[in-house]
Ligand binder design. Structure first.
Ligand code: ZN
Length: 220
C-alpha cells in the first residue's frame, strides 16, 4: 500500500478512535469553529502545528507557507488574517519559525536552484539578509546563521502582523507572538510577544559574539 492509501486507512482509524474518545466532537464541529489561535508556520513537514502543540481539531486556524512569511501585499496572507480577526476573533496570533528552515537557508545562500516562485516568495528574506549582513557575518557557521535568521524572521513577521490595521484596530486586539521550533529537540521557544508596553517596534540585536539561541533578545 502506498503512503497516500495508508493515509486514508489511518484516517478511518482516527475518525473511529476520535469518536470513541470524544463522542460529542464531530457534533461540535458541525456547529462551526471557534479557534483561539491563528498559527502562521512554515510548510516544512517537520513542523505540523497541531501535532507539535498537542492541539485538537478546532483549536488552531492555520496558515503555512515557505518560511512562515506574512506578506501584506499577498491576498493569501491577508485573507487568512482578515477571517481570523474579523470572523473568528482569535485572541492570539502565533508566528512559529523553525531551525533548519530550507527557505531561510536559500535566502542566505543566495540561490533557490532555479525555482522562480520560491525566489519571488523569499524576496523579503533576502532583504532581511542584506539589512543584517553585519550581524550575520559575525556568526561563524551557516547553520547558526540560518537559525539566527529564522528567529529574526519570525519576529519580523510578528511585528508586521502587530502593525496591521486589521490587528491594531480590532475590537479585541489579539496578542501577537513570535516562536521558534527546534527540530533537534521538538521544543518550541518563545522569542517575543506583543504586550501593552512593547508595541513600539525596535529589535534589540544580539551583539556580534552573542548570537547563541539562549541569548537572543527580541521585542515585537
Ligand atoms: Zn521552513
Amino acid at each position: 500500500m502506498d503512503f497516500a492509501e495508508q493515509m486514508l486507512s489511518r484516517n478511518k482509524a482516527w475518525a473511529h478512535e476520535t469518536a470513541r474518545r470524544d463522542p460529542a466532537l464531530f457534533g461540535r464541529m458541525r456547529q462551526g469553529q471557534r479557534p483561539a489561535i491563528l498559527w502562521i508556520g512554515c510548510s516544512d513537514s517537520r513542523v505540523p502545528a497541531e501535532i507539535v502543540t498537542g492541539a485538537a481539531p478546532g483549536d488552531l486556524f492555520v496558515h503555512r507557507n515557505v518560511a512562515n512569511l506574512f506578506l501584506p501585499h499577498d491576498d493569501n496572507s491577508m485573507s487568512v488574517l482578515e477571517y481570523a480577526v474579523r470572523v473568528l476573533e482569535v485572541s492570539d496570533i502565533v508566528v512559529c519559525g523553525h531551525y533548519g528552515c530550507g527557505g531561510i537557508r536559500a535566502a542566505l545562500e543566495g540561490t533557490t536552484g532555479g525555482m522562480p516562485h520560491v525566489e519571488r516568495r523569499i524576496v523579503a528574506l533576502r532583504e532581511l539578509v542584506r539589512r543584517e549582513r553585519e550581524v550575520l557575518a559575525a556568526i561563524p557557521s551557516i547553520e547558526e546563521r540560518a537559525n539566527w535568521l529564522a528567529e529574526l524572521n519570525a519576529v519580523e513577521q510578528a511585528r508586521t502582523l502587530n502593525q496591521m490595521p486589521l490587528v491594531r484596530d480590532a475590537v479585541s486586539r489579539p496578542r501577537v507572538h513570535a516562536w521558534i521550533f527546534d527540530i533537534r529537540s521538538g521544543l518550541i521557544r518563545r522569542l517575543a510577544s506583543s504586550g501593552d508596553s512593547s508595541l513600539g517596534i525596535n529589535a534589540q540585536r544580539p551583539a556580534a559574539n552573542d548570537h547563541r539561541e539562549t541569548t537572543s533578545v527580541w521585542t515585537i
